[in-house]
Design a protein around this ligand. Sequence first.
Ligand code: PMP
Length: 370
Amino acid sequence: MTDLSGALDALPLRDELRGELPYGAPQLDVAVALNTNENPYPPSDELASRIGAAAAEAARGVNRYPDREAMALRSDLAAYLRRESGVALGVDQVWAANGSNEIMLQLLQAFGGPGRTAVSFAPTYSMYPEYARDTHTRWLLGRRADDFTIDVPRSLELVAAQQPSVVFLASPNNPTGTALPLSEIAALADAAPGVVVVDEAYGEFRRDAVPSALTLLADHPRLVVTRTMSKAFAFAGGRLGYLAASPAVVDAVRIVRLPYHLSAITQAVARVALAHAGELLSAVGELRAERDRTVAWLRTRGHDVADSDANFVLFGTFRDRHAVWQGLLDHGVLIRETGPDGWLRVSIGTSAEMATFRTALDAVLEEVPA
Ligand code: PMP
């Protein structure tokens, strides 16, 4: 671990970064890791070999810079979105980067900045304020309703009063799992003076009849939908996130992106993953069913559980949630201590992993009172 005291204090670090720590969930070596919302299934040996072969092929030209515009990859992503949500997008409406984290940083580099405001509604993804900090954008957090839905009239008031350049709406939301109705996204997009970013990192896990905000793009030129291959796509280690928006939004982001930000290896292996979307996404149905079973089981145990359209479940409330988290860890099950006071978040793993989680939680709650 880095020594963050002493030597760091002596450096001319930006004042607002003093005392800050690098973001990230604990990376602990545990039997059952249910803390970062990954797809628990690795690729087949055959697909792993194909990914390796594509990396080797890209390596033959690695003396040259990659395609700065990542055209082939963006075209594959557009084709995937069309299959997944029925929305036809041109390659000029899709942009890719190293994870949707980088996409959102680029969005704030283009649309945020000094004197500008970015808004979201808590509880929500805890990286948003970090992108704002790192781009000198003023950060403002409204509140979600008690059931974690967006309180539309109150949110519209905040938008009217603060005139944010960027609004982040995670749907399904992390850490609550809540998906937003399209009518609410549209109402905010119509009222907001700047760009509205719908973060659909968990989009593929939504329950039936919950539509994607991609369907709103045609009528909302300042709407941006971000996606990632890190979750349902089982490609977190490949680092590939993307957005869909109007061509003008893509042009804005192209101004701030670093040249050659997406390596030739990343582009090549992500294209192989997209060509095998069927295999990589094959567990999504099972993970959704396991999620619904987990919600139901936690409720039979008397817990409060947020409805979830994602591959994780927020549950509580515990007087000492840290004790529950630690107790689970002592049983080899790592979940996430996040969300409002007293709540915990568990990612959906394999059915065997979820059985271990259930057994461990029952055991822990014998000792730690709920
Ligand atoms: N958005 C949300 C809501 C997330 O939970 C995450 C990952 N935890 C991301 C974006 C970023 O994911 P990635 O950079 O791997 O695409």
